[in-house]
Design a protein around this ligand. Structure first.
Ligand SMILES: [Cu+2]
Length: 491
């Protein structure tokens, strides 16, 4: 027991001292004003002195306000407007968002540990609802919620000391809280530690959230909130930065080889936990749960609803990194997908690209002795029917996940191949798309798409089979694509 105690003393000398002090105080009671003082006055004396004042720079995602360079605490005034307004949730899909600052997620707030924050919440006169704000960075009742309860056309003010450094979520906490959050009322506040954060080349702001709409994913028009789906925790949309495609196509994030990036990632929920992952990268450092602990070499960081994480990495080679919630149907079918396009030189020492692709014939298998039954794509199929059948298999394995087994596509995400005017009217460009991949805005049957179809590792023969299958399926125009035609379109 004794041994244990001295060991404890070694590990926690300060704690031990405090213990001793407490002991001596109870042993001989001291006058009221002295050390055991737990009064607010005494506590206030221990806070850093406030020098000067400034107005907070607020930014919309994916932008982050500049790093704080001052070395003292100050009074920071934050003025935030609540705006209820209709916007685009996905191509052709409208939603009435309730926002902090006009967009989802709310504006990014950046202060320094020890700062005195004077928060002004202004509820726009055109709004219909009262709102407030609960900042997880606040030490105090409701995180400021009741102190900031504001009716339309009103402004409220409250102040707090940013006592704990970290990355924190803020959200509206007006009843019914779930609906206010589900409509987009969340954002991030960074309380920079006194010593600051290590410099990086780029800082970015990404926040995940779900939307519960009455219409299924992609159903066009103004979609009302669905309480039923919210209660069942079954969103139709799981998105980054407030909309499907907010971080893809021409809105993709960009970086250069060699840069260090820091992502401030939040999760507004209201219900789901995010398994945040960057396809093709490993996070060098993760400030787990937005706190002080730094973990290294992380593949996927778990971000609770109402929580955050800081992920840092250096980009070593060029290409596209894909940001996803690794609960993967959310990424490819509900919108939780973003992109960082990295420009610069490919780094072959880090990643070679495909070095070889060839038919695999297991040794000793029956196939070796029966050459006429080789792997399906290694010999030409004799009849059009055979070629269509082979194309059908290739389609199921390589294309159906995105374009759907019936070729109908997914509205707003993956264009249809069934009765596609793009496919039927211009065979060359479709061959080109399948052979080389496709990126950028296109219109299929009057609907716009602006996404990325990856280049798939298929031979000319396989591309020919799959396109022949497409042409002869789902009321498409018929016909045939040959390997020679594919060869001409290869880049
Ligand atoms: Cu609200």
């Amino acid at each position: 027991m004794k041994k244990n105690k001295s060991h404890f003393k070694k590990l926690f000398p300060k704690l031990f001292l405090i213990n001793l002090m407490a002991f001596s105080l109870t042993a001989c009671p001291a006058p009221k004003e002295s050390a055991a003082d737990t009064t607010a006055e005494h506590f206030a004396k221990q806070l850093p002195e406030i020098q000067g004042e400034e107005q907070a720079v607020l930014t919309h995602a994916p932008q982050v306000p500049p790093a704080i360079t001052r070395k003292h605490a100050t009074k920071v005034t934050v003025k935030m407007d609540v705006i209820e307004q209709e916007g685009e949730l996905s191509e052709g899909v409208r939603y009435t968002f309730w926002t902090f600052g006009g967009k989802v997620p709310g504006q990014f707030i950046r202060v320094r540990e020890g700062d005195l924050v004077e928060f002004h919440l202004r509820n726009h006169p055109n709004n219909k609802m009262p709102h407030n704000i609960d900042l997880h960075a606040v030490t105090g009742p409701g995180g400021g919620a009741s102190a900031s309860f504001t009716a339309p056309g009103q402004e409220t003010v409250f102040s707090f000391r940013a006592l704990n450094p970290g990355l924190y979520v803020y959200h509206c906490a007006t009843a019914p809280v779930g609906i206010h959050i589900a409509n987009g009322m969340y954002g991030l506040i960074l309380v920079e530690p006194k010593a600051g954060l290590p410099p990086v080349d780029q800082e970015l702001y990404i926040m995940q959230g779900e939307f519960y709409t009455q219409g299924a994913y992609g159903k066009p028009g103004l979609q009302p909130f669905s309480m039923e789906k919210a209660l069942a925790e079954k969103p139709d949309y799981v998105v980054f930065n407030g909309a499907v495609g907010a971080l893809t196509g021409d809105k993709a994030l960009t970086a250069k080889v060699g840069e260090r990036l820091r992502l401030y990632v939040g999760n507004g929920g209201p219900n789901l936990i995010s398994s945040f992952h960057a396809i093709g990268e490993i996070f060098d450092n993760v400030r787990h749960e937005g706190g002080t602990l730094v973990n290294h070499n992380v593949q996927t960081t778990l971000i609770p609803a109402g929580g955050a994480s800081v992920a840092e990495f250096k980009v070593e080679t060029s290409g596209s990194l894909v940001l996803v919630d690794h609960s993967i149907f959310r990424a490819f079918n509900k919108g939780a997908l973003g992109m960082i396009k990295v420009s610069g030189e490919e780094n072959k020492a880090v990643f070679s690209g495909q070095q070889e692709a060839k038919v695999y014939l297991p040794e000793g298998s029956a196939r070796q002795t029966m050459p006429q039954e080789k792997a399906p794509t290694s010999t030409a199929a004799k009849t059009l029917e055979d070629r269509i059948a082979r194309g059908s298999i290739i389609y199921k394995q390589n294309c159906a996940a995105c374009h759907q087994p019936d070729g109908a596509g997914v509205k707003g995400a993956f264009p249809p191949l069934a009765k596609s005017d793009y496919l039927n009217n211009n065979l060359k460009q479709s061959i080109h798309a399948v052979a080389n991949g496709l990126e950028g805005p296109i219109v299929v049957n009057g609907e716009s798409y602006n996404s990325v179809m990856p280049k798939l590792q298929l031979s000319d023969q396989e591309v020919a089979y799959v396109l022949t299958y497409l042409l002869n399926s789902w009321e498409n125009k018929g016909g045939e694509v040959t390997p020679e035609m594919v060869k001409q379109e290869r880049e």
